[in-house]
Design a protein around this ligand. Structure first.
Ligand SMILES: [Zn+2]
Length: 229
């Protein structure tokens, strides 16, 4: 009987350690002085960080950074976040306005910005913006980002479409209409590459080797297929 109790205790301990590993990470998760949030938010952030780190074949829970929930007025005025954004990543800090924190889009927003954080902290600041943005959109959710197809089609039919080469940097400086098209093509470029089996070449490129394809190759492929897989 005593042995059974000991085995039970050991199992319970293992379970607690496993749960702690899923939910613990090196991120600082905080609200500003006006905002209180539940401990569940930290669990949500850490478990999704682990998921994204796994995609990039990184050690789970190792990426450092700050996730900060702030008042909406501070988000736009003090931190100067873009007016159309619902969360924002800037040099190691993820800012989440309180309205996003309370919305049903919180999980998507957290996963999107965590992807930017993981890329920035582990692979540096020079990753082409279309790849960075496309990966963030791809990893936002397991659902397809179908709302982006119309922006991708606008990009495809636009004779003056911004090329993927141009989208290497300066995406955030585009006017909003073009920015949405840039988001659309970035997402479909990444989804297309991953569906074609190019996840490993993307990972080795991020780890500093040469890209096996040029932005022009990807663009040509995207313009020639009838239906995106
Ligand atoms: Zn983004």
């Amino acid at each position: 009987m005593k042995n059974i109790r000991q085995i039970f205790l050991i199992l319970k301990l293992c379970f607690i350690i496993a749960i702690q590993q899923i939910y613990s990470c090196s991120l600082i998760v905080e609200g500003d002085e006006y905002i209180k949030f539940s401990g569940d938010f930290r669990k949500l952030v850490c478990s999704n960080l682990a998921d994204i780190e796994e995609f990039f074949e990184l050690k789970k829970g190792s990426t450092k950074g700050v996730v900060k929930v702030v008042k909406d007025s501070d988000y736009f005025l003090r931190y100067r976040a873009p007016s159309w954004s619902n969360a924002f990543f800037v040099s190691g800090v993820i800012l989440i306005p309180y309205s996003t924190y309370q919305s049903k889009n919180l999980l998507r927003a957290v996963r999107h910005e965590l992807t930017h954080l993981v890329i920035y902290k582990n692979f540096g600041p020079t990753v082409p913006e279309w790849l960075d943005e496309g990966l963030a959109l791809y990893l936002e959710s397991t659902d397809d980002n179908e709302y982006l197809i119309k922006f991708f089609e606008l990009w495809r039919n636009n004779p003056k479409r911004p090329s993927l080469t141009r989208l290497t940097s300066g995406m955030s400086a585009l006017p909003q209409r073009e920015a949405m098209q840039a988001y659309g093509v970035s997402y479909y470029a990444v989804r297309f590459l991953i569906n074609q089996g190019y996840k490993n070449p993307i990972l080795s490129y991020l780890r500093n080797s040469k890209l096996k394809f040029t932005p022009q190759d990807i663009e040509r492929a995207l313009l020639s297929v009838d239906k995106l897989k």
